[in-house]
Design a protein around this ligand. Sequence first.
Ligand SMILES: Nc1nc2c(c(=O)[nH]1)N[C@H]1C(S)=C(S)[C@@H](COP(=O)(O)O)O[C@H]1N2
Ligand SMILES: [Mo]
Length: 227
Amino acid sequence: MGRRVVLGLVGLGAIGVVTGARVQDFLERTLGPVIAKDGTGVTALLPFGRFRIYTVTGSLPSRSPDEWSMRVGGLVDTPLRLTYDDLRAMEPTSLTRDFQCVTGWRVSDVAWRGVRLADVLDRAGVAGAARAVRFTSFDGAYTESLTLAQARRRDVIVAYEMEGSPLSRAHGGPVRLYVAPMYGYKSLKWLDGIEVTDRVVPGYWEQRGYDIDAWVGRSNGRDDEAT
Ligand SMILES: Nc1nc2c(c(=O)[nH]1)N[C@H]1C(S)=C(S)[C@@H](COP(=O)(O)O)O[C@H]1N2
Ligand SMILES: [Mo]
């Protein structure tokens, strides 16, 4: 990490103590220029409350709820474009679960709210040949996938709230995927596309060696670990 970046992080930490509740807004306005890249140059991460903030592009894309919409297409009966209001008008669902990154950090008891991915799929109508779902991000780089059976689980949601507030830009707002039973990399941030496919298309990190089925405690060489 370069010296300027380290100083930037220390500075942000100090401001966080001073401004309390405003720190989230502040961080999100200033995060872009101080983001730290790791040795590979692809992952950027910052400590952020109990979380780390990850973005493979080195920046935090920004889209307001008014600007945001999501395409639901591929092997569906009716391709859709859902707005933020469309999503908010659907039946909400809440769940509180631990959030765990495959690299080892875990945040316990995170409260999420959104709509079930299954409900979004049902709204478009999944065609007979469908076997999987592919997700895209408006960061222009990150992708993810689930089998259709995984996508239909009740603990897989299209999330717009975290910890009782609208999902922040840093955490992938206005809308991200949250796949509760799997490691964090399945939970694609800055969601803008859902494509129903006839097979699983490996996502960003899966193309780089991580397991496609990313069950917490039972994948990525962690099968013997207690969770
Ligand atoms: N678009 C996008 N989504 C992403 C990532 C990313 O880099 N870009 N990182 C993933 C990884 S590895 C983790 S652990 C979580 C981290 O979520 P957070 O940044 O909200 O803490 O987001 C996942 N979703
Ligand atoms: Mo992760």
